[in-house]
Design a protein around this ligand. Structure first.
Ligand code: ADP
Length: 511
């Protein structure tokens, strides 16, 4: 929209018209000075609307005719008439051009006004990063009024940060547009998270002359995502702790057994020492056994503390065999109490995956505890829990690390079969129906999948698939190094003596 002309602009215009009139009328020049009125008409288009331009045009035409009348009233010659006509033509052409310019400028300014209707922040930065356009949305989002923002450096004003979680700005199909997420600082110092789209404006020879930026605020969405993430990890933690609670007896046994062994060996050592001739060799062996048992108890507690801790997931290179090795000591007693036998068939060397050790252990514990529950009431057949791991080549030619957990229990109730991975679907009187839902979230957040199918003859088979990590990272944890050099980490269990076959072993829990 056109603003009102200032007094100075009107005065300058009137002075111009008067000077041209004076020279045209009183200076003895043989040229058509009236063409200079065209300049006045064109200049007026900068601050006058359509009507104003027409008025200036009319004044200039009248002045030209008046001058002609004063100077040539007594003689009629073709030369001065022709010159006057040229002057009038120049004024006419200039008026047409000025009107057209004004119409184009008005339509552009109408379109620019549209940019103020959106809540998106739109601004333009020139090659020196100086802001040359700032819409109402930008005023609203950043709190800087247009007057103050124009002329400032965008980097100083917005203090752009590139959040690492969002990755770099992505170039869109052509080479002049980018999109990504950024963090900007508002005038009041608060940070706003935005989805930003940039288009580079190029001049002649393709040189960039400015960048147009459209930013939509997504701070609330990000805060909601963070809150959801936080709530989910809280829930995950609570579920994990409640599952560990179910395993208290099993875990207590795992710690008590080595403690009892330490006491027995300590007493034996004392006896060897109190003899008339102390048997130092026997004492040394007993002390070695005490140390080994102390380490075993401390290992269980370390695993337990890791599972009970509440922290952000941290992904390391590991194998599913490592996870099984972490979990078995915690559930062994539970299996024993429920007369469940364990068959392990773990492929070695196991494929590497990238994952959070605690989260993946939570998934395996959950599947194992569910399997034990599903077998706890059955009679007339062997209660067998089979855990096997292998690498498998998928259709897409990608390698997956696969872990299968199969039981000989009741099988999945057909009534909830299609919903077992959805929260709150449970067939247990005291169940929450959260375990499998959380397991699925965890596995999927690792880029994998989890599925349930009927077991071979009875029971259920749960399969976890995780993408194989091709590159071995320098951050490979020690435990993995141990697992891959000595074959299956399961072989480090105290039951290794009972193993059958090289990679798999069948454990029948003592009754
Ligand atoms: P909850 O254990 O609290 O019920 P889950 O999400 O772990 O929650 O399991 C949901 C339901 O899936 C269980 O109530 C049970 O009906 C079924 N289910 C899970 N694992 C097995 C299994 N191994 N055999 C048979 N049913 C199972």
């Amino acid at each position: 929209m056109m603003g009102r002309p200032t007094g100075l602009q009107v005065a300058l215009m009137l002075a111009g018209v008067a000077v041209i009139f004076a020279i045209d009328t009183f200076a003895p020049l043989d040229i058509e000075i009236a063409v200079l009125y065209a300049v006045v008409v064109i200049a007026s288009a900068d601050f006058l609307g359509r009507r104003g331009i027409l008025l200036v045009c009319a004044v200039c035409v009248l002045q030209t005719l008046l001058s002609y009348g004063i100077v040539h009233s007594e003689s009629f010659e073709s030369g001065p008439v022709l010159r006057a006509l040229i002057g009038l033509c120049a004024i006419g052409i200039a008026t047409l051009a000025a009107l057209r310019n004004r119409a184009a400028a008005e339509s552009l300014s109408d379109q620019a006004a549209l940019l103020d209707l959106t809540h998106d922040a739109i601004f333009v930065r020139d090659r020196n990063d100086v802001i040359t356009y700032w819409n109402a949305g930008a005023e609203e989002l950043y709190g800087w009024p247009r007057k103050e923002a124009l002329g400032q450096k965008a980097s100083d004003l917005l203090k752009t940060k590139y959040p690492p979680s969002a990755g770099p700005m992505k170039q869109l199909d052509d080479s002049s547009r980018w999109q990504g997420e950024l963090i900007h600082t508002r005038r009041d110092g608060l940070e706003v998270w935005v989805v930003s789209r940039w288009a580079v404006q190029r001049g002649e020879r393709g040189r960039p002359i400015a960048t147009m930026e459209i930013n939509s605020g997504i701070t609330e969405q990000k805060q909601a995502e963070d809150a959801l993430h936080h709530a989910r990890s809280q829930l995950e933690h609570v579920t994990r702790i409640s599952t560990l609670g179910e395993l208290t007896a099993s875990i207590a046994h795992e710690v008590n057994q080595p403690l009892a062994a330490i006491v027995t060996n300590g007493e034996a050592s004392l006896r060897w020492l109190l003899r008339d001739e102390p048997n130092i060799e026997e004492v040394r062996r007993a002390v070695e056994r005490m140390i080994a048992n102390g380490r075993r108890a401390s290992d269980v507690i370390t695993r337990l503390r890791a599972l009970a801790r509440k922290g952000n997931p941290s992904h390391t290179v590991l194998t599913l065999n490592d996870i099984v090795a972490d979990v078995i000591p915690l559930v062994e007693r539970e299996m024993l109490n429920n007369d469940v036998a364990l068959r392990l068939d773990l492929q070695a060397p196991a494929p590497l995956v990238l994952g959070d050790r605690v989260q993946l252990a939570q998934v395996v514990i959950n599947l194992v505890v569910n399997a034990i529950h599903a077998m706890s009431q059955i009679g007339g057949r062997r209660r067998l829990l089979s855990i096997s791991s292998k690498a498998s080549l998928e259709d897409s030619n990608s390698q997956m690390a696969v872990l299968e957990i199969e039981d000989t229990g009741t099988g999945i109730d057909p009534k909830i079969a299609s919903d077992i991975f959805t929260a709150f679907h449970t067939t247990k009187a005291d169940g929450m129906g959260m375990g499998l839902s959380i397991s699925r979230t965890i596995v999927e957040s690792h880029g994998g999948s989890i599925s349930a199918t009927p077991g071979d003859r009875w029971g259920a088979l749960f399969t976890i698939r995780l993408p194989v990590q091709q590159q071995v990272d320098a951050t490979v944890p020690n435990s993995h190094a141990r697992g891959s050099t000595s074959g299956s980490p399961a072989a480090t269990f105290r039951h290794a003596d009972e193993s059958v076959g090289q990679n798999g072993f069948d454990l029948q829990s003592p009754r």
